[in-house]
Ligand binder design. Sequence first.
Ligand code: NI
Length: 169
Amino acid sequence: MAILKIKTYPDSVLRSFAKPVNGVDRDVRKLIDDMAETMYEAPGIGLAANQVGELKRVIVIDIQREGESTGLIALVNPEIVERKGSIAIEEGCLSVPDYYSEVKRAEEVRVRGLDLNGKQIEIDAKGLLAVVFQHEIDHLNGKLFIDRLNPIKREIFKRNWKKKKKKKG
Ligand code: NI
């Protein structure tokens, strides 16, 4: 296993569409292992392959919250096949350090994808887990949570980001 480097905004790999995976082979399982280790080390509660520079449709999630822990979920070619309700939770992202904001999303989702053995599975998620699934699948489509902010909040984010960059030199 290896800890991978996490790409940060505005890296273009975060804006790219990740390609579907053709079968879960050794390489994909190694990527999943490395992504899981990277996520736990960060620490974070979810990671998509784009964030480590791999344009493959692979996500790992472990919400690791008291009373809510899921254990490790790794899903290949994940897609949302059903969504219900509405919820807004404060989100952050390992690729957008030090910024948090509420984002409106579906409260419940059914997600379909392939597990580590290449078997198709479906997961019903609600609350935080549903939000993390939506956030990570967004990554695979080149989308970041800051894209879902209202225009004023997004403008403020961009301005502060530029200021921070200037300060760092
Ligand atoms: Ni993220």
